[in-house]
Design a binder for this molecule. Structure first.
Ligand code: NIG
Ligand code: FE
Length: 425
């Protein structure tokens, strides 16, 4: 066996490694440290990084005849984005509701009248497994073109056993046929379906019943614990059942209202508590004493035209582990672009570009339980990286609303080149 890599990338102007936090997520000053190597290089073999350093140090070591060499010509290279919270499997869209909201209707008003999530449930139930899978594959391809190499996907637009399973099977099919890593989450507790409007607790029982059936398909169980979703008691019932069955846990909390979701998250030792837009000081302190990753989703208040954003700067100052994600879904955040989310994190939550990049890579990898394999550029880790058409990482959120990603390497394989997806067959 040759000692030479399969792929050598050199002349990287700023190699953003986000290294040193595979075991414990970044906090405090660590959030500001991107582990940058100037004029960097990486060597990749069998899907993993085998060497990381300066071009000067690495170039004579890795110049075998059969090595594929990419010259980054001074551009920025960083770990692929980890989008740790999405609802990417759904039918239809809600562009009509977008117009209603601009004209004054609120998200919760629309939901309470049977629209919102429930209209997406109708459109999702209508599709066959294959139609649903192909609709979602398009979204995943757009994600990949925008630099996301790992994505968490929740079910939650089926809201009955048959359709929740259909969504999870679509996710499983995508896991097998798409190059991205996909982390599946069961969110049967997304909202109460119309059939159970007058008997919500019966639906909670049904969700508990679904758990053993969906177990082979989902790593995490999530609950929407908020106004318009499930109350504390209902959420606790589902989470404790899921925990017993061996699911890892996530929770949507404090997106619309503080109904006491954070103490519940702490009690159950969830891996991540997501949203946290309406959070009190006392709950920030509670999260500080836990190991919970706070997944912040600034695309949501932005798209819902709200002023309440999670207080990210304060959370970082207090020592919380902050991650970022899109929450990609047809109602509250229809973008898959993690670069835009980084811009919103900077402008609306006072994060610096460096903090936003750590939050969107290594800390997000912790939020999906994959920090040992992905999220940073370090020897031994899976070679997931992106090359951007920028020369300073601060330009990533600064030139906002566009795609900077030129090249994507997933598990050592070139999957996007010159902004085009390659045909991998
Ligand atoms: O994370 N509010 C709950 N769930 C999603 C929205 C889903 C939808 O509106 O379709 C969220 O914001
Ligand atoms: Fe969500």
């Amino acid at each position: 066996m040759t000692k030479f890599p399969d792929l050598f990338i050199k002349n990287i102007g700023q190699l953003v490694t986000a290294a040193g936090a595979s075991k414990i997520p970044k906090t405090f000053k660590g959030m500001s440290n991107l582990g940058i190597i100037s004029d960097g290089a990486v060597a990749i073999k069998d899907g993993n990084f085998i060497d990381v350093g300066t071009t000067k140090k690495l170039k004579n070591k890795h110049n075998g005849e059969h090595v594929k060499i990419i010259d980054a010509e001074g551009k920025v290279v960083m770990p692929g984005f980890v989008d740790s919270h999405t609802h990417a499997v759904f039918g239809g869209d809600r562009a009509g509701e977008f117009v209603q909201r601009i004209q004054g209707a609120t998200y919760l008003e629309i939901l309470k009248k049977g629209g919102g999530i429930l209209s997406t449930v109708k459109n999702t139930r209508k599709l066959t497994l294959q139609e649903l899978t192909e609709a979602s594959r398009k979204h995943l391809n757009t994600m990949l073109l925008h630099g996301t190499t790992t994505v968490e996907i929740k079910s939650g637009y089926g809201l009955d056993t048959k359709n929740e399973l259909k969504i999870l099977k679509a996710i499983q099919h995508l896991q097998k046929t798409h190059c991205m890593d996909i982390v599946p989450t069961f969110l049967g507790a997304h909202t109460i379906p119309p059939e159970y409007k007058s008997k919500p607790d019966t639906y909670v029982g049904l969700v508990c019943n679904m758990l053993s059936k969906v177990k082979p398909y989902a790593t995490f169980c999530d609950v929407f614990c908020d106004d318009g979703g499930f109350d504390i008691e209902q959420s606790a019932r589902i989470l404790s059942f899921a925990k017993k069955l061996g699911f890892r846990l996530k929770i949507h909390v404090n997106e619309f209202k503080d109904i006491g979701g954070v103490p519940l998250a702490v009690k159950f030792g969830v891996t991540s508590a997501d949203h946290l837009d309406n959070i009190e000081h006392r709950d920030i302190l509670k999260l500080k004493r836990s190991r919970i990753i706070c997944v912040l989703l600034p695309g949501v208040p932005f798209f819902l035209m709200k002023d309440a954003y999670a207080p990210a700067r304060k959370m970082i100052e207090k020592g919380l582990s902050v991650a970022l994600a899109t929450d990609f879904n047809p109602g509250t955040c229809p973008t898959v672009n993690m670069q835009t989310i980084a811009t919103l994190a900077c402008l609306k939550m006072d994060m610096t570009p460096a903090q936003a990049i750590n939050a969107a890579t290594i800390n997000a990898a912790h939020a999906v339980g994959m920090s040992h394999r992905i999220g940073s550029i370090e020897v031994g880790k899976q070679a997931d990286l992106i090359m951007l058409d920028i020369y300073d990482y601060n330009q990533l959120p600064y030139y906002f609303g566009i795609n900077h990603v030129n090249t994507v390497i997933k598990q050592g394989r070139l999957v996007v080149k010159g902004r085009q997806m390659l045909d991998l067959n």
